[in-house]
Design a protein around this ligand. Structure first.
Ligand SMILES: [Mn+2]
Length: 408
């Protein structure tokens, strides 16, 4: 029996992003989470006595040259070398042009496939094939660069690919799952998409997902994939993430008092902490439901944020990223002064002049942000108008909450 560990998209030393990073204690713990997850992978490889570690691209994140990242990586790869564990590595879009991958003289147990593709024998009946990105962009399929599978052996193919891709995202070495399925390989060790997905079981076509998520967009526990090769190939998921991000919904419809709401929040967070796969988690709490207490809760939202933050911290494993309110009060619009004010503010929000000035002000503010962050916030032309509307609606709710909350 031969075992192999498959990972991709480690994005070594890429920073984690969350509002919770304002918390110094958490910041220290997760600053190097991508490293800690990689160490966990290496520990696991050694403990399980695997024959090889496959890294299917995007081992590095940006284009910065970092001596510390290089030293860290070399040390971990040497730990594998001491145990005779081989490492196979293909470059993806993030590391194709990284100065580290070009200059690093990696330990002798590491085989880096180049852009022309190749194959290496791992054991008597096991071959590893791979093709690297030659540059950051790979608009065409790389399938034609693979050597033919070796007859009578188990053939594993490493490829960094966006597969058929998703709308609005660039294509990287595009190819269809159906093309991979008929290519004659037993296991496709893919990389690029950060979410784990087993596309096919015969042959295996596996996107392992990243070993450590970096923000709420990469939520949930992360893992690597363990292959066991006997007469057939079997796979298992191996947890790797040190910190995970969680989107959590709490429905407060039945919480009739502050006490009931606090109790609900605390029990939910404790249950989350108890069942957590990773060591710790950064939680984004969505408070929703239909309650007559809507305005009172919105008025006190800063207190609720502090309270939830304390309950999270109390578990010893959770931190609050932020709390998001989506409450309705279920009431018909009445004839009170605040109802009238709400209606007026809603009308004003719909006026083109207001919309425009709101947007101008917002864009002025966003100029202060780094270009990449701005691009994330405003992916297309309509995004700034939508963001301005959302902020204006939130602002109106805040004002109403001050007035209505005080009256209740
Ligand atoms: Mn990639």
């Amino acid at each position: 029996m031969i075992r192999i560990l498959h990972t991709a998209d480690v994005h070594l030393d890429s920073p984690l992003k969350s509002l919770a990073m304002r918390d110094a204690e958490l910041r220290d713990q997760v600053r190097t989470a991508s490293r800690a997850a990689f160490v966990r992978l290496v520990d696991y490889a050694i403990a399980e006595g695997v024959a090889a570690l496959l890294i299917a691209g995007d081992l590095f994140d940006g284009n910065e040259r970092s001596a510390r990242t290089a030293a860290f990586l070399t040390l971990q790869l040497e730990r594998l070398r001491e145990r005779d564990i081989r490492v196979f590595y293909i470059k993806g879009n993030h590391d194709a042009e990284n100065p580290l991958t070009g200059e690093l003289d990696l330990p002798g147990n590491v085989h880096v496939f180049d852009g022309r593709g190749g194959k290496v024998q791992l054991a008597e009946n096991v071959w590893i094939h791979g093709v690297s990105f030659a540059s950051r962009h790979a608009p065409d399929s790389l399938l034609a660069k693979f050597h033919a599978p070796v007859g009578g052996a188990i053939n594993i193919a490493m490829l960094h690919t966006s597969l058929a891709g998703a709308e609005g995202h660039d294509l990287y070495a595009p190819c269809a799952v159906s093309d991979l399925a008929v290519a004659g390989f037993d296991y496709w060790a893919l990389g690029h998409v950060h979410r784990r997905q087993v596309h096919s079981q015969s042959p295996w076509i596996v996107m392992p997902g990243m070993p450590q998520g970096r923000d709420i967009g990469e939520a949930g526990p992360k893992s690597a994939t363990l292959l066991t090769i006997g007469d057939t190939v079997d796979i298992a998921e191996v947890p790797t993430s040190v910190v995970e991000f969680l989107d959590v919904r709490i429905d407060v419809t039945d919480a009739k008092s502050d006490d009931a709401l606090r109790d609900l929040m605390r029990r939910r967070l404790r249950a989350l902490a108890r069942d957590l796969v990773s060591d710790s988690a950064v939680v984004r709490l969505h408070v929703s439901g239909r309650t007559a207490r809507r305005w009172q809760i919105l008025r006190d939202q800063d207190v609720w944020a502090e309270t939830a933050s304390e309950y999270a911290r109390e578990t010893g494993r959770l931190w609050l990223d932020k709390i998001v309110f989506a409450l309705s009060d279920g009431a018909e619009p009445g004839q009170t002064a605040t109802d009238e004010l709400a209606a007026i503010m809603a009308t004003i929000r719909g006026e083109i002049g207001f919309s425009e000035s709101c947007r101008t002000e917002l864009e002025e503010l966003l100029k202060e942000l780094p270009p990449q962050r701005r691009a994330e916030l405003l992916p297309d032309a309509s995004a700034s108008a939508e963001l301005a509307q959302r902020l204006a609606a939130n602002g109106a709710d805040r004002i109403l909450a001050q007035m209505k909350g005080a009256a209740s």
